[in-house]
Design a protein around this ligand. Structure first.
Ligand code: PMP
Length: 283
């Protein structure tokens, strides 16, 4: 594996960053997880757009233009000879001193890792996964807007611990007002009476690239789509539920807080959208 750090490539064991890097010291940085399907980087433009928006919100200057970064991501994929894989693109604030002041960091650091990802064992894609609702609220925009895809995932990690302790693989997180936001690493959808619902982005949900893509696919398949407030009641009484994310792709949910969703098996729309998704990403 050849890891890109600031324009140079290193073998995995030599790919290292400074302990004074503020990404390490303070979680001060941003990232993207991106898929490679059939030799093509999936939705690279959308990922780069989101990365540069996160950077703008954090006043973090990426030392490359979007075109230069696009080229470097594609070169890293070629160099690692990946036809199907997963890219982790990280921009950290860079080396600074031990204080939190980001403006004392000399230069942001860009890292590109090209590897593989398998978030869930295969059988869960055909059977669905059980999830719980976390007791922890998703961070509110008055603290930090989660549309910034930052390196600080502790809110998510704590909810993931709760899920693991309940022997579940994911946790649904609510907003402070009690509306459904998203899961720790995925967006959430339900189908009720043939209509596709997902939380609106102002309910502390990341503007997922997979979320947008699945909405496009659903629209083409003739579904009505509503981005709206959702509550736990909406989840419990839904006909179908699934999660979307670059790593997870589209995974059915069969149980939420012990309530069986629909028949307890992946629903017809979920299966259809998953099939259309897999067809589309490889063309
Ligand atoms: N929400 C969170 C908190 C995430 O970390 C992710 C990405 N893993 C998503 C949603 C899904 O976003 P995307 O489809 O762009 O991967």
């Amino acid at each position: 594996m050849q890891v890109y750090i600031d324009g140079k490539y290193y073998e995995k064991e030599n790919a290292k960053v400074s302990v004074f890097d503020h990404g390490f010291l303070y979680g001060d940085g941003i990232f993207e997880g991106i898929r490679v399907y059939s030799g093509k980087v999936f939705k690279l433009k959308e990922h780069l757009d989101r990365l540069y928006k996160s950077a703008k919100a954090l006043m973090l200057e990426i030392p490359l233009t979007p075109d230069e970064l696009k080229k470097d991501v594609e070169d890293a994929v070629k160099r690692n000879q990946k036809t199907n894989g997963y890219i982790r693109l990280v921009v950290s604030r860079g080396e600074g001193d031990l204080g939190v002041n980001p403006f004392l960091c000399k230069k942001a650091s860009v890292i590109i890792i090209v590897g593989d990802i398998q978030l869930y064992p295969e059988k869960f894609y055909t059977e669905g996964i059980p999830v719980i609702t976390s007791s922890l609220r998703r961070i509110s925009p008055d603290c930090f807007d989660v549309r910034i895809k930052s390196l600080n995932y502790l809110n998510n990690a704590l909810a993931k611990i709760e899920a693991a302790q309940a022997e579940c693989m994911e946790a649904v997180m609510l907003t402070r007002e009690g509306y459904v936001a998203e899961c720790t690493g995925d967006n959430i959808f339900i189908v009720s009476n043939g209509v596709l619902y997902t939380p609106c982005l102002t309910d502390s949900a990341l503007e997922g690239i997979t979320r947008s893509f699945v909405m496009e696919i659903a629209e083409r398949a003739g579904m009505t789509i509503r981005e709206t407030h959702l509550t736990q009641y909406d989840l419990y009484t839904a006909d179908e539920c699934f999660l979307t994310g670059t790593g997870a792709e589209l995974i059915p949910v069969n149980k939420i807080d012990g309530r069986v969703i629909g028949s307890g098996r992946p629903g017809e729309w979920t299966k259809k959208l998953a099939n259309l998704f897999h067809e589309a990403v490889h063309t």
